[in-house]
Design a protein around this ligand. Sequence first.
Ligand code: GLN
Length: 523
Amino acid sequence: MSGLGKGLLAASLAKLLSASGYSVCPIKFDGYLNVDAGTINPFKHGEVFVLDDGTETDMDLGTYERFLNISLDSWSSLTGGQIFQNIIEKERQGEFLGQDIQFIPHVTNEIISWIRQKDDVVDVTLVEVGGTIGDIENAYFIEALRQLALTCDKSDVCWVHVTLIPFLQVVGEQKTKPTQASVKTLQGMGIQPDILLCRSEKPLNPDVRQKVAMFCNVSVSDVISGHDVQVIYEYPFQLLEEEILASVFKRLQMGPKKLPSLSTWRDLLDKIKNPIGEVTIGVGGKYTALGDAYVSIVKALTHAGAHLGIKVNPVFIETTNIATKDLDHHIKSCDGIIIPGGFGYRGIEGKISLITRLRENKLPFLGICLGLQCAVIEFARNICGLENANSTEFDPDTPYPVIDLLPSQRSVYRKGGTMRLGLYPVIIRERTRVHAIYGKNEIKERFRHRYEINPDYVSQIVANGFTFSGMSSDSSVVHIGELTDHPFYVGTQFHPEFLSRFEQPAPLFKAFVKSCLKNQSGN
Ligand code: GLN
């Protein structure tokens, strides 16, 4: 079921395989009929993650990238909507002329050929199926996997079933029934799991392992305990101790190319567990009731903190109808504040008021996408004297549209996949804060937005003291803005959090967290 940590465990297993010398590439399947995650409200399904090639994906893809320290592409993100779109497109092209198109074999074949696309370039394809066994949404996908396995050598496929072992307080026991029931459902679909990855609060008791093994038709050594950990980055070590690699390698008839080397990972984990300092960082948005909506930002903060040996406590600040006393409270209690990306007017005025205080109180500020746009609106209104300046996203009739659509976006009516999406170069101006942070004249970062800083207002805003330190490669649009007479005030049109990895933190986040720590100690 969702929330079990399937993505995390799958990414941990992928990490172990890659640390053993194999190239591993994940595919996440989601059963919903959206073609991609781009049009889903983050409130419903968590953050929309963006890949280099502009694919808008489920947030689990972010977990894989952060764990494996690799950049994935659209192949790794598959939805029900995508499969049906492909099939219907083929039907319109006449590819199935004369046939009636059916779930079996057409849909299943479409899935199989999608999965096999990278057979020649990767050692292990790790397919994660979203949802629960027995769902209508993933039933045809699981059937396709069964057929795929049937056409392969037995040693080419390993089935891992992630399942729940709840602890029942009243009887003081770990219960195996939900696992037995889901394995039965899976068996009814023609699949016998090779490995059971059991999520539980505490390590599995030996008798529970025995029982699960016997009732579910697997060896005891293939029942793996995936119990709760203090820090998620412990999972690869936990799975290693549980000897999951032995089970996987036995099934796939292969061995490690090298002993899993996880020394950087281990060092960082130690730093997380024994921090030498602590900072509190506010995240001011409108999807704050669901922490998953800002998951990449929270992870990027953790990564930066781990590399600096500092614990980062993120605090969500709901900016919708925020009262003045709450604004003042957050300014006092946070060591720095991030205004993340977002869409629509709700919460905007709260963000702008927060930014005024951050600017005036010289509190570290990182604005991401919408955060940069709000910073520009705030500066235009309060420093440039452009009363009621706004983005045309929020006020189409604003007298000063400092944020606006460029002509190329004005004729766009379809919502899906039509923003500026994916990796683009950013030219960094020398002798600016971001140049010092990145140490380069050109970087590449991931974008996801429609609106831009209006080029018509750039010179006026610059004349009043704002520095535009990053531009598009043709210099036509602003990608980074900063204030120099401030300990840390940087806004980016891109999302640096999407490229932050546990072993390789995003430079901007690291510099921001560092300055929050400095701000705290007052030096
Ligand atoms: N809504 C803004 C835009 O479309 C900002 C998007 C974002 O923050 N990702 O440009």
